[in-house]
Design a protein around this ligand. Structure first.
Ligand code: URP
Ligand code: ZN
Ligand code: ZN
Ligand code: ZN
Length: 472
């Protein structure tokens, strides 16, 4: 019987290998890898391209409820379409528990929104904002068992912040059930103090978002999160690390043998605090938390990626329009305090890391694959089904043109946001063809299957719970 799909002349890079072969796909899985395979029902010649495991973006926000009158620009349809165009085959958005609600209520709404609307595969992290004993004692264990094996907690934001005691309750429950805890590490009280003081001094332009959340705020919270994790003896992932001091906190914890993991994002490699200082209200386009820092901190984030302090590189796609229902809501114009935090980046994550990392000689292509795909799969319980190209794995494959030069332009992107913070950035390398479980979704930069056949993925427990050495 013929293969459904054959990729000829595949120049494959995984997290650990480089080799050339033909790839045969049946029933959505890689079933053959050999020096020469016969043509399939569909055959693609990948000569001149790199053949990579599809990107996994384990930190995105889609259709997330927020403050009144503020709308997240991307739901599942546009968000996963942009993801596919950006070379991703799986994305992991956050399902947010509102205070007073259960996790199951949140999941029911969120599954309803995703169902039938996804161009790539999806799996949800939970956001725990109301860790009652019923939530932690009954709901969470059942949900972890059902494949929701990761959750995020926040050390800041009015609607989400947990006390240290609550953080420890969550960590203890996570240890019990085998969930991986992701932590947004910025200190709530310090930020409130600084925001109030800046406002009293009439320092309200978008630029002051940065000074309201300085490096020390993130370093302190990172240190505190690590301490709480050490005391409760539970592995944690510190997400969206922006600077040297937080990175060094994580590195020190790792050197002490603690299972502390780290993530950084494109905004911390190519944006700086100066972007929030752009004239008029343009600076609002760069307001995210933690804020972009300085070139010295960018350098530190690169070190985190090359030294193995950071295991995953995610977009933190959190799209708010530069318009009345987003960044420029009426109160946002009065003070940075009311500018919704977050920027879009689901389609540009891979090109930015490839161009700035691989092309500029900072990382090799294997490390690129590890940081953008394989380590996400291992961290969040999807490996080896996802995150590699191997016999038996899902045929989630991206064909990548390593030489094409592009200038990032909003007009070329597929998200539903009205701007990109990376406008004008020149990159070399871009995904041309995206294959999800053997189905070609994007071919030569054109959407060829709009069927929205993305599936929901139940996940195993994180591989990091048992062995941290799985990843560098
Ligand atoms: O500013 C950001 N990153 N907003 C998104 C929510 C989060 O904290 O990840
Ligand atoms: Zn966060
Ligand atoms: Zn954030
Ligand atoms: Zn986020």
């Amino acid at each position: 019987m013929a293969f459904e799909l054959v990729i000829k002349n595949a120049n494959v890079a995984t997290a650990s290998d480089r080799f050339c072969c033909d790839i045969g796909v049946s029933a959505g899985k890689v079933v053959a890898m050999a020096s020469s395979l016969p043509a399939g029902e569909k055959t693609i010649d990948a000569k001149g391209l790199l053949t990579l495991p599809g990107g996994i973006d384990s930190h995105v926000h889609l259709e997330q409820p927020g403050p009144p009158h503020i709308v997240m620009a991307d739901g599942f349809e546009s968000g996963t379409l942009a993801a596919a165009f950006g070379g991703n085959t799986t994305v992991m958005p956050f399902c947010l528990q509102r205070k007073g609600h259960t996790l199951r209520q949140a999941l029911s709404d969120y599954h309803g929104a995703a169902e039938g609307n996804c161009h790539v595969d999806v799996s949800f992290h939970l956001i725990v904002s109301d860790p009652t004993s019923a939530v932690l004692g009954q709901e969470l264990p059942a949900l972890v068992e059902a494949g929701y094996t990761s959750l995020k907690v926040f050390m800041t934001y009015d609607d989400l912040v947990l006390t240290d005691r609550q953080m420890m309750e969550v960590m203890a429950a996570a240890k019990e059930t085998g969930a991986l805890v992701m932590i947004h590490a910025e200190g709530y009280d310090t930020i409130r103090f600084l925001v109030d003081r800046l406002e009293r001094a009439e320092k309200t332009r978008p630029f002051y978002h940065g000074p309201s959340r300085p490096v020390a705020v993130e370093r302190e919270a990172t240190h505190r999160a690590i301490s709480l994790a050490e005391i409760t003896e539970v592995p944690i992932m510190i997400v969206h690390v922006s600077n040297r001091e937080a990175m060094e906190e994580i590195a020190r914890a790792q050197d002490r043998g603690l299972k502390i993991f780290g993530e950084t994002c494109p905004q911390y490699l190519v944006l700086t605090e100066a972007d929030m200082d752009r004239e008029q209200m343009e600076g609002a386009k760069y307001v995210c938390s933690p804020p972009p820092r300085t070139s010295e901190h960018q350098q530190a984030c690169w070190e985190g990626l090359t030294r193995g302090v950071f295991q995953v590189f995610s977009s933190d796609h959190c799209p708010y329009r530069f318009a009345e229902d987003g960044k420029l809501n009426s109160r946002g114009k009065e003070s940075f305090r009311w500018i919704p935090n977050g920027i879009p980046g689901i389609e540009t994550r891979l090109p930015i890391l490839f161009s700035e990392g691989v092309k500029k000689g900072r990382i090799d292509v294997n490390r690129f694959v590890a940081l953008t795909s394989t380590n996400h799969a291992k961290t969040y319980g999807l490996y080896p089904r996802k995150g590699t190209i191997a016999i038996g794995s899902d045929a989630d494959i991206v064909l990548w043109d390593p030489e094409i030069r592009k200038t990032i332009r909003q007009s070329d992107l597929h998200h539903n946001c009205d701007y990109t913070p990376y406008e004008g950035l020149q990159v070399t390398g871009w995904p041309v063809t995206t294959i999800v479980r053997g189905k070609v979704i994007i071919e030569d930069g054109v959407l060829v299957d709009a069927g929205k056949n993305g599936q929901y993925l139940e996940r195993d427990r994180s591989a990091l719970l048992s062995s941290a050495d799985l990843m560098r």
